[in-house]
Design a protein around this ligand. Structure first.
Ligand SMILES: Cc1cc2nc3c(=O)[nH]c(=O)nc-3n(C[C@H](O)[C@H](O)[C@H](O)COP(=O)(O)O)c2cc1C
Length: 195
């Protein structure tokens, strides 16, 4: 069954990328609801390489904000929560449980670290997209940002784990003047063809 127009707008056509956020808090239940939704859409060999660190305490925010590019700092400073999205470079260790009929893939990615990282980054990026849609589905605005020092974020937050950050996503309710005018999208025929 097709979802209704209001749901389409909330997920896709009316949703915007927020750059400033209100003081309205984000609850643990909302963060849990996002994580619950993100578990389900597809990943390569059901491998689910995404890892999520929610940053909310004043101390954690103090550690993250300086590692963002200067234009991105006020955005995270205004957001009640930011999520560091990362991929687990040892994601393949879970493959025998998550994809038992293709368990040999664990050994293949063990032997090919570069291929493993490519696979993790690809499925992890897809999961990051699902994460943004999940945030919108629970009624929050998301502000994804690539403008941060990835090496420094990994050293600060994941020093003892093989996790590699791929995106920071601010979460909350939109604040004052949260976005500029909507930017154009490519027309249908610019990005679609039929054969
Ligand atoms: C992978 C990715 C990286 C982005 N990086 C940044 C960023 O570093 N700083 C920023 O202000 N916006 C960033 N954005 C936001 C985009 O500029 C924004 O989503 C796009 O212009 C569409 O805006 P709209 O959703 O309001 O139409 C990023 C978005 C994505 C998906």
């Amino acid at each position: 069954m097709r979802i209704d127009r209001q749901a389409e707008e909330q997920l896709f056509t009316a949703a915007r990328t927020a750059k400033s956020f209100s003081d309205e808090p984000v609850s643990d239940a909302q963060l849990r609801a996002i994580a619950e939704l993100v578990r389900w859409p597809p990943t390569m060999a059901n491998s689910q390489p995404l890892r999520v660190a929610f940053i909310r305490s004043p101390r954690a925010r103090e550690r993250l904000i300086p590692l963002l590019t200067a234009p991105n700092r006020p955005k995270t400073a205004s957001a009640p929560v930011a999520a560091i999205l990362a991929v687990d470079l040892e994601f393949h260790e879970h493959i025998p449980r998550l994809y038992p009929h293709g368990a040999h893939l664990r050994d293949r990615f063990c032997a090919d670290a570069a291929g493993g990282e490519r696979a993790a980054t690809f499925s992890g990026a897809m999961q990051a997209g699902y994460f943004i849609l999940a945030a919108r589905a629970v009624g929050l605005a998301a502000g994804p940002m690539l403008g941060f020092d990835q090496v420094a974020v990994d050293a600060e937050f994941f020093p003892d784990r093989p996790w590699k950050s791929i995106l920071v996503v601010n979460l909350g309710r939109p604040g004052e003047r949260p976005w500029r005018e909507r930017l154009p999208r490519l027309d249908h025929d610019e990005f679609v063809e039929h054969h």
